[in-house]
Design a protein around this ligand. Structure first.
Ligand code: GAP
Length: 469
């Protein structure tokens, strides 16, 4: 199995406790996944890297955590009820479901935002050539394309209530809906000056048709979204700034410039003035795919919610005396897609020469240090020597207050290095007999595999310089 394949990443994630198929003992659920110990640590670090750059290092973006359940009218106002659909084609032979627009894409036809009539016309033309086949079994007996709603319904209230239009609520399909609804409370309570942003990280739910791309496209996923409220005269300049800011974030965390690119949306929603996606070259998915959107959305969102709620969502600029509905710039990225991107980018099988001079292969996750699930692993050289155990434990107990650490005394040191390399731990410390004499330990670097002796008293300072946070 090649290290570039999706099967390799899926198997790695399960074997090393990053991601598991959800409800596996009951046969699993398509496009739903659980994150294990190392997966959570990696996911939290990605989230943290986003929060730091989007909120902490700036002074114009505020945080929010809005509820998943929202008033049902929210999704009528946003156009999701009735309009958040994908065109679906079924295979009559194996019952596989496919996105009709993805099928057309394979024949160079862009069906983005096209009508179902257009899609069926194009599909029929290809059908006539005999080249339209099921992506699962290769069968040619496919249904016409139908509109399929991505909204996930639930109900709250009495558990015996039927799922009628009056009591239906939706699990939010995107997190930004909560930001629009809390715009007024944020302005009234914190009084930010224009332009300013509100950012949040949270779960979103979509009844996705295609469920075969691991955590790239799931039915329950986390989004990290930021809505930047501004005066329309500033849109052009702000759009370029946000594009640059988001682009730099990828480079900062180790993504090479030739592995990302901008995709410009040619067909814009009627309210949008510009829309670009950042695409990453996923080896595991065979090419460039969307990771993040940077979109200029005009004042459509707040205008719609103002219209449907009857609330005035104008902004009053005390300096100029102007009153207007703010325009919005959005940056929106899926945490699962970033997670997959960082693994796809960093997981390698590397030829090495062992200490005994033998050729060997090591699996190593060469991920940016600040994203690594475990920052430092601490080993006693031998398991059964009390003085080595207690010396190593002392270091572990001090360092773990600042960094996620792991204590490992299983097997020989070479095997421990391999285990830590595989999960991306940037540094391993070994406490040996010399440590008892001279108060130093060996610190080994994941990428260079070089070792150096560092004074135990200076470890905290040493690592403070190695990590950004
Ligand atoms: N508020 C705008 C919005 O939600 P989107 O293009 O539908 O726009 C934004 O989604 C980002 O959310 C995508 O670029 C992707 O990273 C992520 N995303 C969307 N659907 C997803 C899914 N089913 N599974 C995982 N991530 C998804």
């Amino acid at each position: 199995m090649s290290e570039n394949s999706m099967d390799y990443i899926i198997s790695y994630c399960k074997r090393r406790g990053f991601v598991f198929p959800s409800s596996e003992i009951y046969g699993g659920m398509a496009a739903i996944y659980d994150y294990g110990h190392y997966g959570i640590l990696l996911k939290e670090n990605i989230k943290n890297a986003w929060m730091k750059h989007m909120i902490q290092y700036r002074d114009d973006v505020l945080a929010l955590d809005s509820a998943i359940f929202m008033h049902p009218k929210t999704w009528v106002a946003s156009g999701h009820v009735g309009g958040f659909n994908d065109p679906q084609v079924d295979c009559k032979t194996c019952k596989a479901r496919m996105r009709a627009d993805h099928l057309l894409e394979k024949f160079g036809i862009n069906a983005d935002k096209q009508t179902i009539e257009f899609i069926n016309e194009e599909l029929n033309k290809i059908k006539a050539t005999g080249k339209l086949v099921c992506q699962n079994c290769g069968g040619k007996d496919l249904t016409e394309a139908r509109v399929f709603s991505l909204m996930v319904k639930s109900n709250i209230g009495s558990p015996t209530d039927a799922l009628t239009e009056e009591n239906v609520v939706y699990l939010r399909p995107e997190t930004c809906g909560g930001i629009y609804l809390e715009y007024k409370n944020t302005v009234d309570s914190i009084h930010p000056k224009m332009p300013f942003g509100i950012a949040q990280v949270g779960k979103a739910f979509r009844n996705e048709i295609v469920a075969r791309q691991f955590i790239f496209r799931t039915r329950e996923f986390e989004q990290m979204e930021m809505q930047y409220f501004h005066h329309p005269k500033d849109t052009k300049e702000l759009f370029e700034n946000w594009k640059q800011t988001r682009w730099n974030w990828y480079l900062q965390y180790g993504i090479l410039e030739n592995n990302i690119r901008w995709y410009k949306h040619e067909k814009l929603a009627h309210y949008a003035s510009d829309a670009y996606d950042i695409e990453y070259n996923y080896k595991s998915l065979g090419g460039f795919k969307e990771v993040e959107g940077v979109h200029a959305r005009g004042n459509w969102d707040l205008s719609q919610h103002s219209k449907f709620s009857g609330e005035n969502l104008d902004y009053f600029d005390q300096t100029t005396g102007e009153r207007y509905i703010p325009h919005i710039m959005e940056t929106s990225v899926g945490l699962g897609r970033l997670f997959l991107m960082f693994l796809d980018n960093a997981l390698v099988e590397e030829k090495i020469v062992s200490e005994e001079g033998k050729e060997d292969v090591r699996t190593v996750l060469k991920i940016h240090k600040d994203l690594a699930p475990i920052k430092i692993a601490i080993f006693p050289l031998l398991k059964n020597k009390e003085e080595l155990q207690s010396g190593a434990r002392k270091i572990y107990n001090i360092l773990k207050r600042n960094w996620m650490c792991e204590f490992d005394d299983n097997g020989n040191v070479g095997k421990r290095y391999r285990r830590q390399d595989e999960i991306g731990t940037p540094y391993c410390i070994t406490f040996d007999f010399d440590s008892l004499e001279d108060g130093t330990v060996t610190v080994r670097d994941r990428d260079t595999m070089k070792q150096e002796r560092i004074k135990i008293d200076e470890l905290a300072k040493y690592f403070a310089e190695k990590f950004e946070y």
